[in-house]
Design a protein around this ligand. Structure first.
Ligand code: ADP
Length: 488
C-alpha cells in the first residue's frame, strides 16, 4: 500500500538513546488508515518505563550536547533538514496513510515542518546574549543565554510531523535534549523523523521518540520527572490544563499551544473573491482539523448573500476521497468518534435555530470517517457550535452590522489563537488588528503560518511562541553574570 522508495523510514518501535527498541514479547498496537479503516502497521506499545528511559537518555546526552558549538548544532540540523527534504515524498505518503490528509497537503506539511528545522539551524548561530550598562564603575553585567535542559513534548495527530519539527528544532538549536510522545494515532511520521535524525548524525539521546497507546501513563513521566526542565504541549485545551497542573509540582517551564475558535470577519468593503479564497484555505485544510481553522464566519449583512454564494460554489468543487488519490481535496476525519462529534454539533446547531444552507452529498461507498463540507447560516454566537472548536469541514455564518459588533462577537470566546478578517479600509485594518484578542491575526490572508512567524495564542489557547526569532526563548534561560572588582 505504501510503496516507499526508502522502506527504512517505516519503523515500529520507540527511538531511545539512538536505538529503536527491541520488540521482544511486548504488546503491539495498530496504526489505522482513517480512510480505509485498515491497519497499516503495528507498533511496539511503550509505556512509563520507556518514557523514563528516554528522559534518562536525554539527561545523559545533555552535558555533551549543550557544550557543542552553535555551528555544530546548526550543521546537524541542516543535515536533518536536507534528509527530510530528500525523503519528502515517502514521508508524505506515510503521513497521508496514518492521518488521512490529501497527499499534496501532506507534502506541504513535510516542507513546512522541515522549514522550521532550517529556520532554527540558522537561529542557533544568532542566539546572542547582552552586555548590560552597569550602575557602578567597577562592575560589568552580562546576560548569557543557556539551554533550559531536558525538554519533553506531547504532540497531536493533526500535524504529525510539523508539530514535532517546530518544537524539536528549537530545543536542539538552543542546546536542549528532547523527548517527544507523538499521538498514538500517528506514530509513524514521528519514528521516520527519528530515523532521519539518526542518519543526520544527531547524537544518541539528543532526540528521542516514545510511542505508546497509554498517553496518560507516558504523560505522567514526561510532566512529573524531576530531570525534565521544560514541557511543551500541542493539543486540546482540556488535556493541556491537566498537563499544566501535572508540571506545577516540579515548577517546569511550560508552553501550551491549545485549541482555537477563530473568527473570520468579512467587512462590507472587502474583496469578496479574496475573502472566499482565504476562507477556503483556512477552513478546509486538513478537513478543518487545524487549531487555526476558521470556526465562525462573521459577515457584514450587506455582503452575506454574495459571500455565501461564492463560498458555496467553491465548496462544491471539493472532492472528498482517499488522500492518496490525486483528485482528493478533502480526506477523512481522524476517526469515527470525530465524525460523530461533528455530526452532533451540526444537529445541535439546527436544533438551536441554525439553518442548513448546503451540504455536499456523500457517496454510498464512502468509508465512515468522511464528513461532507457543510454550510450553516443563521448561527448565533451563543450556540454550542459557535463556542466549540468544530474540527471538521463545517462553515457557520453569523452576521453583523457595525465594526464594534464584529469585534465584540469575535472576542466573545474563551479561546484566543488565530483570527482573520477581510477589509480594504486601512483604518479598519489597523483598528481591528489591534482589537482582536488573539495571538495571531490574518488581515486579508487566510494562510498565516510560516517559520518566520511567532505562532501561539492567548487566553485558553495557551502561552509560548513557536517559530520566529522568539522561538528559542522558550528553550533558553537568561543567566546574569556580574563581573566585579574590575577597577575604574
Ligand atoms: P485532540 O483532541 O487533538 O486529539 P488531545 O489533547 O486529546 O488532542 O491529544 C493531543 C496529545 O495529547 C496526543 O499525543 C494524546 O495522546 C495526548 N494526550 C491525551 N490525553 C493525555 C493525557 N491524559 N496525558 C498525556 N497525554 C495525553
Amino acid at each position: 500500500m505504501l510503496n516507499l522508495s526508502n522502506p527504512a523510514l517505516l519503523k515500529q518501535s520507540s527511538f531511545i538513546n539512538g536505538q529503536f527498541i527491541q520488540q521482544n514479547d511486548r504488546d503491539l498496537f495498530d496504526v489505522v488508515n482513517p480512510s480505509s479503516g485498515l491497519c497499516i502497521s503495528q507498533v511496539v506499545n511503550a509505556g512509563g518505563l520507556e518514557a523514563e528511559q528516554a528522559v534518562l537518555a536525554a539527561d545523559g546526552a545533555l552535558s555533551t550536547w549543550r557544550k557543542t558549538t552553535a555551528a555544530t548544532r546548526c550543521e546537524l540540523l541542516k543535515r536533518w533538514h536536507q534528509l527530510i527534504v530528500d525523503n519528502s515524498q515517502d514521508l508524505a505518503r506515510i503521513l497521508t496513510v496514518e492521518q488521512g490528509k490529501p497527499l499534496n497537503e501532506a507534502a506541504g506539511e513535510i516542507a513546512y515542518g522541515a522549514s522550521y528545522i532550517d529556520w532554527f539551524a540558522n537561529e542557533a548561530i544568532r542566539q546572542y546574549g547582552e552586555t548590560i550598562p552597569s550602575p557602578t564603575s567597577i562592575n560589568r553585567g552580562i546576560a548569557l543565554r543557556q539551554p533550559v535542559g531536558v525538554v519533553c513534548a506531547i504532540t497531536p495527530w493533526n500535524f504529525p510531523q510539523a508539530m514535532i519539527a517546530r518544537k524539536a528544532a528549537a530545543a536542539l538549536a538552543a542546546g536542549c535534549t528532547f523527548v517527544v510522545k507523538p499521538s498514538e494515532l500517528t506514530p509513524l511520521s514521528a519514528l521516520a523523523m527519528a530515523y532521519l535524525a539518526e542518519q543526520a548524525g544527531i547524537p544518541a539521546g539528543v532526540f528521542n521518540v516514545v510511542v505508546g497507546a497509554d498517553a496518560p501513563e507516558i504523560g505522567k513521566v514526561l510532566t512529573q520527572h524531576p530531570l525534565v526542565r521544560k514541557f511543551s504541549f500541542t493539543g486540546s485545551t482540556a488535556v493541556g490544563k491537566q498537563l499544566n497542573q501535572q508540571c506545577a509540582a516540579t515548577i517546569k517551564r511550560v508552553s501550551m499551544e491549545l485549541g482555537g475558535n477563530a473568527p473570520f470577519i468579512v467587512f462590507a468593503d472587502a474583496d469578496l473573491d479574496a475573502a472566499v479564497a482565504g476562507a477556503m484555505a483556512s477552513k478546509f485544510r486538513n478537513a478543518g482539523q487545524t487549531c487555526i481553522s476558521a470556526n465562525r464566519f462573521i459577515i457584514h449583512e450587506s455582503v452575506k448573500a454574495a459571500f455565501i454564494d461564492k463560498l458555496q460554489n467553491e465548496m462544491a468543487t471539493l472532492v472528498m476521497g482517499d488522500g492518496l488519490e490525486a483528485q482528493s481535496a478533502i480526506g477523512p476525519l481522524i476517526h469515527r468518534q470525530a465524525v460523530e462529534r461533528v455530526r452532533q454539533l451540526v444537529v445541535s446547531a439546527i436544533e438551536q435555530g441554525a439553518r442548513l444552507h448546503w451540504q455536499q452529498s456523500v457517496n454510498d461507498n464512502q468509508q465512515p470517517c468522511f464528513y461532507p463540507p457543510t454550510l450553516l447560516e443563521q448561527v448565533e454566537n451563543t450556540m454550542t457550535i459557535a463556542q466549540t472548536e468544530i474540527f471538521g469541514p463545517v462553515v457557520t455564518i453569523q452576521t453583523f452590522s457595525d465594526e464594534a459588533q464584529a469585534i465584540s462577537l469575535a472576542n466573545d470566546t474563551d479561546y484566543g489563537l488565530a483570527a482573520y478578517f477581510y477589509a480594504r479600509d486601512i483604518g479598519t485594518i489597523w483598528r481591528v488588528s489591534e482589537a482582536l484578542d488573539f495571538g495571531m491575526v490574518g488581515a486579508n490572508e487566510g494562510a498565516i503560518s510560516n517559520a518566520s512567524a511567532p505562532f501561539g495564542g492567548v487566553k485558553q489557547s495557551g502561552f509560548g511562541r513557536e517559530g520566529s526569532k522568539h522561538g528559542l526563548d522558550d528553550y533558553s534561560e537568561i543567566k546574569y553574570v556580574c563581573l566585579g572588582g574590575l577597577g575604574t
